[in-house]
Unconditional design. Structure first.
Length: 599
């Protein structure tokens, strides 16, 4: 019996592209030979094994083009060809090499488009059901308290159908190897504009010049950190410690730039409804859910050692949790997962290919339909059995859990939202409670620590022995080191003395505890967040910032539209222009000259 056979096979599966070793593939054999060398196998045994596995003993040097027999090879500098290979065989290798990257890229595009179609099909099915049963189905769900209107849901259904039709055309083109140049569908009331780098720089400069340093930083943070994605995608440090200027090469600043570009491209309107999209209501939405990056890692077959818990992660126990640990705690295996996961996450967070900017209630509602299948199932059962109390209780409980998770994830990932006045003021009783609990999760007093470590069945909290480590990791990411042991915590110092009071004394003596009226909770939260320097912006500041952004948008629009008017006039002067193209360009010119006059 071969010693360490299972370990060798496992490592071989990890190193090959698709996780499935194939002795007929030369690159796979190379990886196997490297592994066997690492396990200190005798060279003559390795050579004999490889020769038996595959009769390939001729290589072609990539640099010189020379072909000669060898016993081992380096795939970085040599191509393997079969014994007695002809000139045609060698030329075929060169051709296959050129086509392989293109084929792989096309396969990835096809895979992503199929995912987009599947997401849209599932979403459309739920939207159809909701609209058919709108009188008996609640619209509140997911992470937000502001319910979309029935018209919003209708607009979302139309938007989903149009995008799905477009994705099918894209898939057809990709499968044929043809280019697909259509812009993603947006509501017909939106006039899209192509915002180049020069125009974008001008718009951002305008914002910086017309806002105070603090206002500009708050604005950029808002664009950079929306969407509850991991910190490595939203990191927004200062250029120099102690200085006000932001690092424009940081991931967060670059992300903010692209989101601002998308915001201006769609004329600061919702692609779903075509209505103006105030900054205070705007949220990034990932067309293919951001969490797909983790499922891609599992599906790739490269990480066969992942536990079932990692493949189907519970709250706070996903692969992403690896990234919250200190570097010296990471295993080599963890680092391999991270190295593969980070570029996938960047791909799914790309504003140019997988993001729309939506009204918050519509986005949260859409997200709940895509991700929260249990809630959808309960919703459908409620429509069939509206009188059944058990289902009502189940629905209420599941909605509370999802809203709590939404806000805890937002705080945990460093997002700006629960702290803006507009979000707090619009929160209903359930979400108000969730925002305070999300804050307290990372600012615990002794009672809160005990509650999460030991669990509290009466409140539906499972025991979590890693809870304090999660709090430590959260603050370590902010540059704050907490005591190693929970026993050394000083509850009179931050962050442990920043816990928000959810219940207040009901009356004199032994009157018990009660909740404030929701509007009073909002006043208390705003005051506490201000005192703790966690508050984002007031309604007045939102209004002022949006005015500056609107002015910048109008400047950008006028610059781009004037250029477009000149281009259209030149095109209309072309006698060879087809009637259809002439008609479309004249229509566009008429629309623009109505805005600015015939100049």
């Amino acid at each position: 019996m071969i010693k360490n056979l299972n370990e060798i096979l496992k490592e071989w599966a990890y190193r090959v592209d698709d996780g499935q070793p194939n002795p007929k593939k030369s690159a796979h054999l190379y990886h196997l030979s490297e592994i066997l060398i690492e396990y200190k196998w005798p060279y003559e045994v390795i050579e004999e094994l490889l020769q038996n596995l595959n009769e390939v003993d001729i290589i072609k040097n990539k640099k010189s083009g020379n072909v000669y027999p060898v016993q081992t090879h380096n795939p970085d500098t040599q191509d393997l060809v079969k014994k007695n290979a002809s000139k045609d065989d060698i030329e075929k290798i060169d051709k296959d090499k050129k086509e392989k990257p293109e084929k792989k890229e096309r396969e990835q595009k096809i895979k992503k488009t199929k995912k987009q179609i599947k997401v849209a099909e599932d979403l459309k099915e739920d939207l159809d059901f909701i609209l058919e049963n709108k009188d008996s189905v609640r619209l509140k769900s997911g992470g937000g308290s502001n319910s979309p209107s029935v018209q919003d849901v209708k607009d979302l259904k139309t938007f989903t159908e149009k995008r799905m039709e477009q994705d099918r055309r894209r898939l057809e083109s990709e499968e044929k190897g043809e280019k697909f140049n259509e812009e993603p569908y947006v509501h017909p009331d939106i006039v899209q504009r192509k915002v180049d780098d020069k125009t974008l720089n001008g718009a951002i400069n305008y914002l910086e010049e017309n806002l105070t340093e603090k206002e500009f930083e708050t604005l950029i943070k808002r664009f950079a950190k929306g969407g509850a994605v991991p910190r490595h995608l939203t990191k927004l440090p200062k250029l120099k410690k102690g200085q006000p200027e932001l690092d424009k090469e940081s991931p967060g600043y670059k992300r903010a730039r692209e989101i601002i570009r998308l915001y201006l491209k769609n004329d600061a309107k919702s692609p779903v409804t075509g209505k103006p999209l105030p900054l205070s209501h705007m949220e990034p939405d990932h067309r293919v859910p951001f969490s797909t990056a983790e499922s891609d890692i599992v599906e790739s077959g490269k990480f066969k050692g992942l536990s079932e818990k990692a493949k189907k992660p519970a709250d706070g126990n996903s692969i992403q949790e690896i990234m919250k640990k200190k570097k010296d705690q990471l295993t080599d295996y963890d680092k391999k997962v991270i190295a593969a996961l980070e570029p996938l996450q960047a791909k799914y967070d790309d504003p140019t290919t997988n993001m729309d900017l939506m009204n918050g209630p519509v986005n949260q509602f859409k997200g709940s339909l895509i991700n929260d299948k249990l809630l959808n199932s309960i919703r459908k059962k409620l429509a069939e059995n509206p009188e059944e109390k058990r289902l009502q209780d189940e629905y209420t409980s599941e909605r509370k859990r999802l809203i709590t998770k939404y806000h805890r994830d937002s705080v945990g990932n460093g997002s700006v939202p629960p702290y803006h006045e507009s979000v707090i003021k619009n929160a209903d009783k359930v979400e108000t409670n969730a925002i305070m609990k999300a804050h307290n999760y990372y600012h615990p007093d002794s009672k809160t620590i005990t509650q999460y470590v030991n669990g509290d069945k009466t409140k539906g909290i499972e025991a979590d022995s890693d809870y304090y480590q999660k709090v430590k990791d959260f603050w370590a990411n902010k540059g704050v080191e907490l005591p190693d042991s929970v026993d050394d915590v000083d509850v009179n110092k931050p962050p442990f003395n920043k816990t928000m009071t959810i219940y207040i004394q009901a009356g004199r003596g032994r009157g018990g505890a009660k909740r404030r009226p929701t509007p009073k909770d909002h006043e208390y939260m705003i005051e506490e967040f201000k005192n703790q320097n966690y508050f984002g912006s007031t309604l007045q500041e939102d209004t002022e910032q949006e005015q500056v952004i609107d002015d910048a948008r109008k400047k950008v629009n006028k610059t781009l539209d004037m250029k477009q008017i000149k281009i259209l006039k030149l095109q209309l002067d072309d006698p060879n222009l087809s009637d259809k193209k002439r008609q479309n360009r004249q229509k566009e010119l008429d629309s623009l000259t109505t805005l600015y006059g015939d100049k």
